[in-house]
Design a protein around this ligand. Structure first.
Ligand code: GDP
Ligand code: MN
Length: 399
C-alpha cells in the first residue's frame, strides 16, 4: 500500500524523524486556515503548497509551488486542488488532485545556504537484507543520477537480524560530507528513519530531498512510503490511510471480491487458480504471441459466482481481445468448474463478445470438456497446454 506524502510524514514524525511541518487541506479556504495555524506555530510567512497524489515528480508538473502570502496560499491552492496533475511518473491522462499539503518553506534564506540529499531505506530481495541508499545529489530525479553519475549513489546493506548500528549511521553522515552539528543531525535522522521503516513493516521509505537547513537541521521535505500489504493487519491505523481514489479501480473491485488481481498491459485476459499456474499461463500466452492483460488467481473455489465475478472484472478492461481460463481441478472437480463457467457465460451472454478458451485439467477433465463443447457457447476448449496456446493464437488472429 502506498501512502500520500502527508501521511508518510505523520509516520516519520511519530518515530522522531524531523520533517518539514505542514497540514493537509481539501479546499483553498482550509489551506489558508492551515497556513494561519503554521504561522502561529512556527512564525513562518512563506509556505509551499504541494499536490497530494500517489506519484513523484510533482514539482515538474506544477504540483509544488511556493506561496509568499496568504493570498498566494489561496490562489495557488485553488489552482492545484482539482487540477489534473501530469508528471513523469503519471500516465499521460495525469492524476486528479483532491488535496494539498500546506507546509512551511524551509529553504530560507537561499540556495547557497542549504543542501539537498537523497536517502532511502528499502528491502533488497536479492540478498534478503535491508538497504540504505544515499546520495549528495538530492532534490533531482534520482533515476537520472543513477544513469549519468552512478558513482554518486551509495548503498549500505543492513542485516535485519543485527539492525542498524551507530557505526552504520555515522558512516552515512560522513559519506555525505557532513560535519559538526549537521553530522550529528544526519546520524540521528538515519537512525530514526530506519526505525520508522522496520517498525511500520514498510518495503520502502524514500526521502528526496532530505534537507540540511541554513541552521544545520536535517529534515524530510518529501516522503514516499510503501507499507507491506501482508503486514497491514497489525497496523490498523495505517490501513485507514488507504486512499482508494489513487488505486486502479479494477484492482480495488477485485480485492473486495476476494480475487487476487493485477492489471497488466496486454490483450489476453487470464482466469487461473493458483499463483504458480497463473505465472505459467502468462508465459503460455506470450509464447502464443499474445500479452497477458492481467494476473488473476480465483483461488480454491472456482464456482459459478466466483467465475462470473472474475469474468466481469476481466471484461472491464477494454484491451482484452480473448480470455484464457486455465484451471486445475484437484479438490474442485473440473466438471463443476465447467458448469460454473457455462453458467456464468450464459448469464453474461450479451456482455461477452470475445472468444473464451477454456482449459480444464485434472479430475474429470474429459467430462468438463464435454460440458464446455456441448454448451453451444463461444468457447474453445482444450486439455493440453499446447492446444490451449494454439487456440489463443487462433482467437487473436480472428479478432
Ligand atoms: P516531487 O517533485 O514530487 O518529488 O516533490 P518534492 O516534495 O520533492 O518537491 C519538489 C521540489 O520542490 C523539491 O525538490 C524542492 O526543490 C522544492 N521544494 C519543496 N519544498 C520546498 C520549500 O519548502 N521551499 C522551497 N524553496 N522549495 C521547496
Ligand atoms: Mn521529491
Amino acid at each position: 500500500m502506498n501512502l500520500h506524502e502527508y501521511q508518510a510524514k505523520e509516520i516519520l514524525n511519530s518515530f522522531g524523524v524531523r520533517i518539514q511541518r505542514g497540514y493537509v487541506a481539501t479546499s483553498a479556504e482550509e489551506a489558508v486556515n492551515k497556513a494561519n495555524q503554521l504561522h502561529e506555530e512556527t512564525g513562518t510567512d512563506f509556505y509551499v503548497i504541494k499536490a497530494q497524489v500517489h506519484a513523484g515528480g510533482r514539482g515538474k508538473g506544477g504540483g509544488v509551488k511556493l506561496a509568499k502570502s496568504k493570498d498566494e496560499v489561496l490562489s495557488i491552492s485553488n489552482q492545484i486542488i482539482g487540477m489534473n496533475l501530469i508528471t513523469p511518473q503519471t500516465s499521460k491522462e495525469g492524476k486528479k488532485v483532491h488535496q494539498v499539503l500546506v507546509a512551511e518553506d524551509v529553504y530560507y534564506p537561499g540556495p547557497s545556504e542549504i543542501e539537498e540529499f537523497y536517502v532511502s531505506v528499502l528491502l533488497n530481495r536479492a540478498n534478503a537484507k535491508n538497504m540504505i541508499m544515499y546520495s549528495t545529489e538530492g532534490g533531482v530525479d534520482i533515476e537520472t543520477v543513477a544513469e549519468e553519475t552512478p558513482h554518486l549513489i551509495h548503498s549500505l546493506d543492513i542485516d535485519p537480524k543485527i539492525g542498524l548500528t551507530d557505526k552504520n549511521a555515522t558512516e552515512v553522515a560522513s559519506s555525505l560530507n557532513l560535519s559538526g552539528e549537521a553530522h550529528a543531525e544526519m546520524t540521528s535522522f538515519i537512525k530514526a528513519l530506519y526505525k520508522a521503516y522496520t517498525e511500520s513493516d514498510a518495503s520502502l521509505f524514500e526521502i528526496n530531498p532530505v534537507l540540511k537547513t541554513s541552521d544545520n537541521k536535517v529534515l524530510a521535505v518529501d516522503a514516499k512510503v510503501t507499507i507491506d500489504d501482508n503486514a497491514l493487519f497489525r497496523h490498523k491505523d495505517y490501513l485507514e490511510m488507504r486512499d482508494l481514489r489513487e488505486e486502479n479501480p479494477i484492482e480495488v473491485e477485485a480485492r473486495e471480491a476476494g480475487l487476487n488481481y493485477v492489471d497488466l498491459d496486454g490483450n489476453v485476459g487470464c482466469m487461473v487458480n493458483g499463483a504458480g499456474l497463473a505465472m505459467a499461463t502468462m508465459d503460455l500466452i506470450k509464447q502464443a504471441g499474445g500479452e497477458p492483460a492481467n494476473f488473476l488467481d480465483v483461488g480454491g473455489t472456482a464456482d459459478s459466482e466466483r467465475v462470473e465475478k472474475a469474468f466481469r472484472i476481466i471484461l472491464r478492461d477494454s484491451k482484452v481481445k480473448a480470455i484464457l481460463v486455465n484451471i486445475f481441478g484437484g479438490i474442485v472437480r473440473c466438471d463443476r468448474v465447467a458448469n460454473g463457467v457455462v453458467d456464468a457465460y450464459t448469464k453474461m451472454k450479451d456482455e461477452i463478445s470475445i472468444p473464451i478458451i477454456v482449459r480444464l485439467e485434472g479430475t474429470n477433465s474429459d467430462l468438463a470438456k464435454e460440458i464446455i463443447d456441448s454448451s453451444g457457447l463461444n468457447f474453445y476448449s482444450a486439455i493440453e497446454f499446447k492446444e490451449a496456446a494454439d487456440k489463443v493464437q487462433k482467437a487473436l488472429r480472428s479478432s
